[in-house]
Design a binder for this molecule. Structure first.
Ligand SMILES: Cc1cc2nc3c(=O)[nH]c(=O)nc-3n(C[C@H](O)[C@H](O)[C@H](O)COP(=O)(O)OP(=O)(O)OC[C@H]3O[C@@H](n4cnc5c(N)ncnc54)[C@H](O)[C@@H]3O)c2cc1C
Length: 422
C-alpha cells in the first residue's frame, strides 16, 4: 500500500488507543491513516495482560473504566473479553482506599461488593477459592463487571473495526519528524515520505518520549508551586505464564489482586521486601498468568526491540519466578501439591505521566495525544472520547486528563498501594 501524501488525521501507533481513536474518527466520516513503525499490536498492547478492573481511587478514571467495560460488553467474544470479575484483597493499610473505591463504584453504578475485617474478607475469598489462605488481609473488594481480555484478540478486533470503517493502516512506517509551522504540524515526516494533515494523533505508547522531543516539547513539566517533574517516567513490568503439574486455576476464576504486608518467607529468609503484591488470572492456554514487582527504570531506558524480544531487558531473573510461585502458594493452598512449576516470564518497559494518570489532550497546536499512562485496556473508551474531541466536542470526562492539570497542580489522588497503576 503506497503511503498517501495527505490525510485529515494521521494517527501514530497501532496499539489499542491508536486503533480505537482511528476507528471512531473514520466512523464519523473522517479520512484517517494509521502509521506504525512495527506492526499492529507490536507495542504494549500485543503483550498486555489485558486485565480490566475499576480498582482506582480517581473518580475520573472510575468513569472511563465504566465506559470501557460497556464497550467490551457490546461483543465480549469479538474483543476476547472474559467477564469473570476482579477481586482486590489488601491489608489494613489499604482498607480505607477500598472503602472509598467501593463508594465511588456505587456512585456511578459500577457493581462491587466490599468485605471488611479479616473474617469477612477470608469468607468472601474462600467462597471463590476454597483453599484461599493469604494472611493479613482485612479488606476485599469484588468487582463483578470486570475481568480480562485476551490482548491479541482485542487488538485484532480493533484493527478489523478500523479497517472496515475505512482506516488505512500502514505497518513498517516510522514517524521521524514533524514539519512545524509555528505551532502547527503541516506534515508528518516518515521513513516512507511526508504526509500533510489537519491533525496528528500521538498514540505511541511507551515511545511518547521520542515523539515528544520531535515536537519540541519540554522534557520536564511544571507541576505547580515552582516544582517540575519529568514529563515521563518508566517502570519495568514483569509477568509470567506459570503452570503447576499438580494444581490449576479454574478458567472462569476471577482476576485476583493481592497486596500483603506480611513477609513472603517460605524458608525463613524473606523473598521480597514488605509490602509486596501480585495479580493473577487464568492463563490463555491454561496455567496462570501472574505479575507484579515492577522495577523503576531510567527515563532513557531501551525500548527496542520491545518487551520479551529484547535480548537483555526483556528477560527476568529466576528469583522473579520463584517469588511468583511462592506468592501464589501464599494465596492458594493447592500449590502445596507435589509437582514442578513450568515458567515463562518476561519484562517490558512501561511509561507513566507525572501523576501516573492519562493525558488525552492537544499537546501542541494540532498535535493531539492519547497517552494512557499504562492503564491500557481498561481505558478503551479513551479512543471514542478522543475522536469526539478531535471532531470538535470535548466531553467533560476528558477534563481531568488535560495536559494543563500539571501546571495547575490538579493532580489525581495517590493510593496507598505500592504500585504506580492503582
Ligand atoms: C507486560 C504488560 C502487561 C500489561 N498488563 C495490562 C493489563 O493487565 N491490563 C491493562 O489494562 N493494561 C495492561 N498493560 C498496559 C497496556 O498494555 C498499555 O497501556 C496499552 O497497551 C498501551 O496502548 P497504546 O495503544 O497506547 O500503545 P502501544 O500498544 O504500545 O502501541 C504503540 C504503537 O506505536 C508504535 N510507534 C511508536 N513510535 C512510533 C513512531 N515513531 N512511528 C510509528 N509508530 C510508532 C509502536 O510500534 C506501537 O505499535 C500492560 C502492559 C505491559 C507492557
Amino acid at each position: 500500500m503506497t503511503l498517501p501524501t495527505s490525510a485529515r488525521f494521521v494517527v501514530v501507533g497501532a496499539g489499542v488507543h491508536g486503533l480505537s481513536t482511528a476507528a471512531h474518527l473514520a466512523e464519523a466520516g473522517a479520512d484517517v491513516v494509521v502509521l506504525d513503525k512495527g506492526r499492529v499490536g507490536g507495542g504494549a498492547s500485543g503483550i498486555s495482560g489485558g486485565i480490566v478492573r475499576n480498582f482506582y481511587l480517581s473518580p475520573a478514571i472510575n468513569e472511563i473504566v465504566r465506559q470501557s467495560v460497556e464497550i467490551f460488553e457490546l461483543d465480549p467474544e469479538l474483543f476476547g473479553f472474559r467477564q469473570v470479575g476482579y477481586v482486590a484483597a489488601v491489608p489494613e493499610a489499604q482498607a480505607a482506599d477500598l472503602e472509598r473505591i467501593a463508594q465511588q463504584h456505587a456512585a456511578i453504578g459500577y457493581p462491587s461488593r466490599l468485605s471488611r475485617g479479616p473474617d469477612a474478607a477470608a469468607a468472601h475469598m474462600r467462597g471463590l477459592f476454597p483453599d484461599w489462605r493469604a494472611q493479613g488481609i482485612t479488606a476485599v473488594l469484588h468487582e463483578q463487571r470486570s475481568g480480562w481480555a485476551d490482548a491479541a484478540t482485542t487488538v485484532a478486533a480493533l484493527a478489523g473495526i478500523a479497517r472496515s470503517a475505512g482506516v488505512r493502516i500502514h505497518e513498517g512506517v516510522e514517524v521521524t519528524g514533524f514539519d512545524l509551522h509555528g505551532d502547527t504540524v503541516e506534515h508528518v515526516e516518515t521513513t516512507s515520505g511526508a504526509i500533510a494533515c489537519e491533525a496528528v494523533v500521538l498514540a505511541p505508547g511507551p515511545w511518547i518520549r521520542d515523539l515528544w522531543a520531535l515536537l519540541g516539547l519540554p522534557a520536564e513539566l511544571s507541576i505547580g508551586g515552582g516544582s517540575t517533574a519529568p514529563a515521563f517516567h518508566y517502570w519495568q513490568v514483569r509477568e509470567g505464564d506459570y503452570a503447576h503439574a499438580g494444581a490449576a486455576l479454574d478458567p472462569r476464576a476471577p482476576v485476583v489482586h493481592l497486596d500483603a504486608d506480611v513477609p513472603l518467607a517460605p524458608a525463613g529468609e524473606p523473598l521480597l521486601p514488605v509490602p509486596w503484591g501480585i495479580y493473577f488470572r487464568p492463563g490463555i492456554g491454561g496455567g496462570i498468568a501472574c505479575g507484579g514487582l515492577p522495577v523503576a527504570l531510567d527515563g532513557d531506558c531501551a525500548l527496542d526491540p520491545y518487551g520479551p524480544s529484547h535480548p537483555s531487558e526483556g528477560a527476568t531473573d529466576p528469583s522473579f519466578d520463584e517469588a511468583m510461585h511462592e506468592a501464589l502458594r501464599f494465596a492458594l493452598g493447592r500449590f502445596d501439591a507435589p509437582g514442578a512449576w513450568t515458567s515463562s516470564s518476561f519484562s517490558a518497559p512501561t511509561c507513566f505521566t507525572p501523576d501516573s494518570y492519562p493525558v488525552v489532550d492537544y499537546v501542541r497546536g494540532n498535535a493531539y495525544a492519547v497517552l494512557d499512562s499504562n492503564h491500557g485496556f481498561k481505558m478503551l473508551a479513551l479512543g471514542k472520547l478522543a475522536a469526539a474531541d478531535l471532531l470538535g466536542e470535548r466531553a467533560p470526562e476528558l477534563e481531568p486528563f488535560s495536559l494543563s492539570r500539571f501546571e495547575q497542580s490538579a493532580l489525581h489522588p495517590v493510593s496507598a498501594s505500592p504500585y504506580p497503576w492503582t
